[in-house]
Design a protein around this ligand. Structure first.
Ligand SMILES: [Zn+2]
Length: 492
């Protein structure tokens, strides 16, 4: 009888730790890696990885697939780019817990980002169970989203919580942490996060901290006040006593070009005095979010000076989808601001938008930072979503390893595997090592590429031959299989 279930033979092993690649094989039994390096013995199934890299499956540390993993558990856009663990509940947005007040608010506040879904669960634990029962193709880990907690308890109000409300919010965070959430996330540009003061966030982050969770934030300002906003995130971690993750770190908008030259040393200084701050990035110069939210923040001005595309709409696909706002305004013969208002009204405030607001030098500077991980921030919407939904992980290798040479392959893989696994306490994942879970990606380092575009985003990346999730082959010879071996990953 064969000793192993699966052997991936004769590849270049990039084990996720950042150490130099070496030739070797990986042997798997059940859902675990049993041997790495020289592998003797036989397996029921063998994969020839000659000429290819064998790496730990990628961890997408910033995903918005909360609804998608239940509604569309094949999550092809993730598994086909080598992602074996998807981290959801980001930016304060999510789908659980859910009482009637939250269910009523979901459509208006989150469906434009997360997509439509019924919310049959009440507690975070019930949602986690629903994810397991949906059998997604990749693993899922989750934050407890502050915006969801606040909507459950207070609804959409611009005021501080009463003591009783704060206690109830603490209880919901506690509940989620007990169920295995990895920390609490906030989205401080989106209501109700935008209505929330630092004090409230410190109090709730303390509950996450008590369980060893982290505080993750889409910070209050990513433009000319980005330094203040980074400072607030660090302060919350420092006062609550937990690690901090700054989401999709950037400096965005005409007034903010080059500010990452200041934020990165500022973050490094906090780290030097003992605050565990890390960051993540999506490797593109365009952002994507809800059009309604961007409109609220910037009013017309944001769209006058920035190239922006309406990414997905519900009704008038021919008229709006995939088009530049400037072109829509010209067609409608309206000023930019009025054109945006019309799109929002016609589409019940649900469109998502893509905005070209970053400078490549800032993006590169963040990508290169030693403490920076990779998170797609992909929005699993209809229409023409930002190409990061399909191409984030391959793009890091294509662009920053192969084309620009600013990262070694080993370093790029570390950013997408062991670095996020450790920070988010994802248990035995993120490294190729005997005893760990068998989440593996096999790719050609010379051809792996992001081919998704703003015009045609739904394109799978070439160069990824095999993906294994918990020992099951999820991608075989470049095509997705029927395997749906993902699980809810609770805080390790
Ligand atoms: Zn965000």
């Amino acid at each position: 009888m064969a000793e192993y279930d699966l052997i991936i033979r004769n590849g270049r092993i990039v084990d996720g730790t950042g150490t130099a690649a070496r030739d070797g094989s990986v042997a798997i039994r059940g859902d675990r890696i049993e041997a790495v390096g020289e592998v003797t013995g036989t397996a029921t199934r063998e994969i020839d990885a000659r000429g290819m890299v064998i790496a730990p499956g990628f961890i997408d540390v910033h995903a918005h697939d909360d609804a998608a993993v239940v509604r569309d558990p094949r999550v092809d856009f993730k598994i086909m780019q080598g992602v074996t663990t998807d981290v959801v509940g980001n930016c304060g947005a999510g789908v659980a817990p859910a009482n009637d007040q939250f269910r009523a608010a979901y459509q208006a506040n989150f469906s434009g980002i997360l997509g439509e879904i019924d919310l049959p669960w009440s507690t975070t634990a019930e949602y986690f169970k629903a994810v397991d029962e949906a059998h997604p193709a990749c693993n899922v880990a989750a934050y407890i989203p502050h915006g969801v907690v606040r909507l459950n308890v207070m609804g959409m109000v611009r005021r501080d919580p009463t003591n009783a409300e704060l206690d109830e919010m603490r209880r919901l965070v506690e509940d989620a942490m007990t169920a295995g959430a990895i920390g609490m996330s906030t989205g401080l540009i989106y209501p109700p996060g935008a209505f929330t003061k630092t004090e409230e966030l410190v109090e709730l982050a303390k509950v996450a901290a008590k369980h060893g969770g982290i505080y993750t934030s889409h910070i209050r300002n990513e433009g000319d006040h980005v330094m203040d906003a980074v400072g607030e995130a660090i302060e919350i971690g420092e006062r609550a006593g937990c690690g901090v993750q700054i989401s999709h770190h950037k400096s965005a908008g005409p007034g903010a070009i080059g500010l990452t030259k200041e934020t990165l040393p500022f973050i490094a200084a906090a780290r030097a005095r003992g605050v565990e701050v890390t960051i993540d990035v999506y490797p593109y110069v365009a952002s994507s979010s809800s059009l309604a939210a961007m409109w609220r923040i910037g009013r017309g001005a944001a769209f006058e000076h920035v190239r922006a595309i309406v990414a997905s709409v519900k009704y008038n696909k021919e008229k709006y989808e995939g088009k530049y706002i400037h072109d829509i305004a010209a067609e409608l013969d309206l000023p930019i601001g009025e054109a945006v208002e019309k799109v929002l009204a016609d589409e019940e405030n649900t469109p998502s938008v893509i905005m070209f607001v970053m400078d490549e030098a800032d993006v590169r500077r963040v990508v290169e930072d030693e403490h920076c991980m990779v998170g797609s921030d992909g929005l699993p919407t209809e229409g023409k979503p930002h190409p990061r939904l399909y191409g984030t992980m391959p793009r890091v290798i294509q662009r920053y390893v192969r084309e620009e040479g600013v990262l070694t392959l080993e370093e790029a893989v570390r950013k997408m595997t062991s670095l996020p696994a450790k920070k988010h306490r994802l248990g035995d994942r993120g490294m190729l090592e005997a005893g760990r879970y068998a989440d593996v990606v096999v790719f050609d380092a010379e051809t792996i590429a992001d081919v998704a575009t703003y015009a045609e985003p739904r394109q799978y990346p070439p160069g990824i031959a095999w993906v294994v999730v918990n020992g099951q082959v999820a991608v075989e010879g470049g095509a997705q299989t029927d395997a749906r071996a993902g699980r809810m990953v609770v805080r390790g």
